[in-house]
Design a protein around this ligand. Sequence first.
Ligand code: HEC
Length: 229
Amino acid sequence: MKRLPIIAVAVLWSVQALAVEGNAKRGQTLFQNCMACHSLAADKNMTGPSLSGLWGRKAGTVPSFTRYSDALKSSGMVWDDQTLDKWLADPEHTIPGNTMTFRGIADAQQRADVLAYLKQATQPGNAQMAQQMPQMGGMMRTSVPNLKKLDAEDRVQSVGYCKDTYEVTTADGKKHKIWERNLRLKTDSSEDGPTKGAPALVPAGMMGDRADVIFSGPDEIGAFVKSNC
Ligand code: HEC
């Protein structure tokens, strides 16, 4: 009889520990779910804002990120262990009307793991280290590839258009014929984007039938793409 309370306390304690203790190593792997949209480097914004310096920051306040929803900006949320846990559990209902297209992480332990990792990795100056940490497999891209220095086979010289087909000529002399629905014309004006006058041909999609041509800015698109039937 005497031992019962001790067991009860021990069980309670371990349940509580499970709920709050995150494993940063497991969290790094789980952060793959975020990496397509979020960088940890300061002011490196992708689909979502950079997460650098996240703890203690008011939601929607990275000055260099220009695509925040009004919902997030006016949420009054300040990011800490509790608010981030709530947000990641159910983004849609935590801040209704936000534009993060991510379902959330239902498992409390997994959220604790991601947050344990993020708490370290989002500290200013830690991003470099975080991204150099060993990663599993070759699937993980921490960010978009830099397009400033391109091999001849990736450097676009001209883009012709006839009927339903784009013909992309690259600097190695090759001509790539691509169905118009399979080619996307994009721009990247950031430091990772291509040099002016040297757009990049980038394979896209899992099947190998799609491609992007990425220009340094929208003005270049008209200059490069010509109808030539
Ligand atoms: C498909 C892209 C996408 C994925 C995946 C994604 N996010 Fe986001 N995230 C966004 C966008 C876009 C916003 C801005 C939303 C808005 O303004 O309403 C955002 C906002 C945030 C914010 C608020 C930032 C701020 O400056 O206030 C945090 C924190 C965040 N995301 C964390 C995460 C984490 C952690 C993951 C992975 C578990 C993740 N996100 C997955 C796109 C994404």
